[in-house]
Design a protein around this ligand. Structure first.
Ligand code: PHE
Length: 339
């Protein structure tokens, strides 16, 4: 009897199960009513009285060992099966971290939002454009330097197809499909053939505004831009318009805002002038209205355009333009916005 117990003990130590079902079959074989151990228990009756104590202890050990071993096998097989079921390597890691908006998107949304509240509606146009929408319809002379290879990206096999170098092309796109009154705000990416540095990039972003109606005047333009500047940079912000030149506006101006870092007193940021330039603007040149099928005797309009990178730099003092397109998470994580 002792020998038999020893033998089964060994058997149990060597048991293996590759599935929970196999482990259950082992339990039935060894531990059920009609199992191996119960059969041994039945034999116990025939053991000589002087051996009963030793055999009984061994039998208890065997039962304990078998129960432990089979439970172990069952647990192991079960957790393996579960892991196999649940292990989905394509699943998004949990918890899902919320991303942050790109600083240029935050500022673009803010600009568009301010003008939306003034009645401007969103308009967009293609980034791959033709010469007509970017230059000719905007009153650029054939020999205007902006058309030059140094500024414009051309598609080699189609010299008429270019990457737009400003969002003013959207003005032409809107005028060819809409009748005045027109009041649009047009954000978008533009391209210029420039060497990439901290201060210049081959692509950047602009927001264009266009308003055409009867009796639109320069005063309207100035008022809207003042409102914008104060919404964007704070209620104490002042603006100043300096005469300038654009082929598509007449008269044209560049707008400065009082430096919001030093409050106009003068600092290194505004090069001690108290003012920083933020946009170009002017009254839509009658030649542009006519080229786009709008009667310049009946209608007048104003337009303005600003660089989103520039506005973002003013708001957040980003020193190097390249930060905006390098996807450095440490930089991007610094910007959070509810909108
Ligand atoms: N398109 C001009 C630029 O890229 C900006 C501008 C837009 C100026 C509208 C006047 C009116 O510099």
């Amino acid at each position: 009897m002792l020998q038999k117990i020893e033998q089964i003990m060994q058997e149990i130590a060597d048991l293996k199960a590759t599935s929970a079902e196999e482990a259950e079959n082992l339990r039935i074989k060894y531990l059920s009513k009609k199992g191996v151990l119960n059969a041994l228990m039945a034999d116990f009756r025939n053991v000589a009285a002087d051996q009963k104590k030793e055999v009984g202890m061994k039998l208890n050990e065997l039962k304990q060992a078998a129960t432990n071993k089979i439970n172990e096998l069952k647990d192991a097989a079960q957790s393996q099966e579960q892991a196999g079921d649940d292990l989905d390597l394509t699943r998004t890691p949990y918890p899902i971290r919320l991303g942050t908006r790109h600083p240029l998107t935050i500022v673009k949304n803010e600009i568009v939002d301010i003008f939306s509240r003034l009645g401007f509606v969103l308009a967009e146009g293609p980034e791959v454009e033709d010469d007509w929408h970017v230059y000719s319809s905007m009153n650029f002379a054939d020999d205007h330097p902006a058309r030059d290879m140094q500024d414009t990206f051309f598609v080699e096999s189609h010299p008429d197809i270019i990457l737009r170098s400003h969002t003013s092309s959207v003005q032409a796109r809107v005028m060819e499909t809409q009748k005045p009154p027109i009041r649009v705000i047009c954000p978008g990416r533009v391209y210029r053939n420039e060497a990439i540095s901290a201060r210049a990039h081959c692509f950047f972003h602009q927001v264009e505004g266009l308003y055409i109606d009867k009796n639109v005047s320069f005063t309207d333009l100035k008022q809207v831009l003042l409102l914008f500047a104060q919404e964007m940079f704070g209620p104490d912000t002042q603006i100043r318009l300096r005469p300038s030149y654009f082929p598509f506006t007449e008269p044209s101006a560049e707008m400065d805002i009082s430096c919001h870092l030093c409050g106009g007193k003068g600092c290194s940021f505004c090069k001690h002038t108290g003012w920083v330039e933020i946009l170009g603007c002017g009254m839509v040149d009658p030649a542009v209205l006519e080229a786009n099928g709008i009667d310049s005797k009946e209608y007048t309009g104003y337009a303005f355009g600003m660089g989103i990178e520039r506005i973002t730099n003013l708001k957040y003092q980003v020193k190097d333009l390249r930060m905006f397109s390098e996807n450095d998470k440490r930089f991007l994580d610094e910007f959070t916005a509810a909108n």
